[in-house]
Design a protein around this ligand. Structure first.
Ligand SMILES: Cc1cc2nc3c(=O)[nH]c(=O)nc-3n(C[C@H](O)[C@H](O)[C@H](O)COP(=O)(O)OP(=O)(O)OC[C@H]3O[C@@H](n4cnc5c(N)ncnc54)[C@H](O)[C@@H]3O)c2cc1C
Length: 276
């Protein structure tokens, strides 16, 4: 973004925003500096709309998010009959996660009634993916796609992780998509379990790569799995394997050229001057 002339201010707080007539919008930051822009986009966040549901009758505080276990049962609710799936539980505020939680929740309610609840992680009655396996795409241009933990989230969750960065423009399929493709991938490796714990991709159409990243996280692919998994070429799905292939191709071209030069030189060499 900076290369394209966007000025990025992270950790900044807008103290005041104003506009005179149809002129530019002026934002004064908490550090005293002022920014002028055409538009202001405010991400306001969300609040739980639980003030008038009667939560107090189940022993919960009205107006708050509902803390649930992995079967979506509300923790501490009197009688154990209250469930909350979707945004209301504040686990992963996305449509697909809400639907996922609802499936687990419905099955858990039915299974509990039959005395057959199986709350084991990744079981049919447990929304385990909410913890560290949430996929999402921000449909901006370029797109931002993610699955699982970002590096900071993983560290906050107490995991020992290593971040591996790779420019997506280096893989073969990127050039097929666009000349001068620019994009960036960061893979988070869970060092203790030796699995891929998360992936974040930024670049044009990276949302299409998100399902593969989600599989890698949910199924716990080993960090070296991109080297042992083959994909149809050209594609933008992998990284270092492509670089290795390109390096090999360049080596073979030069080696073959050198060999042909030697043959040519040997074939056309002049007979030795044997003297008169
Ligand atoms: C601007 C915006 C863009 C988004 N874009 C995406 C996206 O691209 N992809 C994505 O995955 N997610 C997106 N989300 C998030 C997504 O909309 C939510 O995660 C999802 O709608 C949550 O579903 P839900 O059923 O839990 O809650 P909701 O969809 O909020 O449904 C709750 C329903 O309950 C009703 N209700 C509230 N109080 C009462 C009451 N007392 N009695 C009866 N009914 C009541 C509400 O009117 C509402 O219809 C976006 C959210 C916003 C705000």
């Amino acid at each position: 973004m900076r290369e394209r002339g966007v000025s990025v201010h992270t950790g900044a707080t807008a103290a005041q925003v104003s506009q005179a007539g149809d002129g530019p919008v002026s934002a004064q930051l908490a550090d005293g500096s002022t920014l002028a822009s055409d538009e202001v986009l405010a991400a306001a966040g969300r609040r739980a709309r639980t003030g008038d549901l009667g939560l107090e009758t189940a022993g919960r505080q009205p107006g708050t998010w509902l803390d649930v276990d992995d079967t979506m049962a509300v923790r501490g609710a009197a009688g154990g009959w209250l469930y909350a799936a979707g945004d209301l539980n504040h686990r992963a505020l996305l449509t697909h996660q809400g639907k996922y939680q609802t499936r687990a929740c419905g099955d858990a309610i039915a299974a509990r009634a039959r005395g057959r609840l199986d709350p084991a992680p990744w079981g049919p009655h447990s929304a385990t993916a909410d913890h560290g396996a949430v996929p999402q795409v921000v449909f901006t241009d370029p797109e931002v796609a993610a699955a699982g933990y970002r590096e900071d989230q993983a560290r906050d969750a107490g995991l020992r992780v290593r971040a591996v960065d790779y420019p997506i423009g280096n893989v073969a399929g990127a050039a097929l998509y666009a000349d001068g493709y620019t994009g960036q991938a960061r893979i988070v490796v869970d060092e203790d379990r030796q699995v891929i714990g998360g992936a974040t991709l930024v670049g044009p159409r990276v949302g299409a790569r998100r399902p593969a990243a989600t599989n890698a996280v949910v199924l716990g692919y080993a960090p070296h799995s991109p080297s042992i998994t083959t994909f149809a070429r050209p594609r933008t799905a992998a990284g270092p394997g492509d670089v290795r292939s390109i390096a090999q191709a360049v080596f073979y071209v030069f080696a073959t050229g050198f060999f042909l030069l030697l043959v040519k030189r040997f074939w056309h060499r002049k007979p030795k001057d044997l003297g008169s």
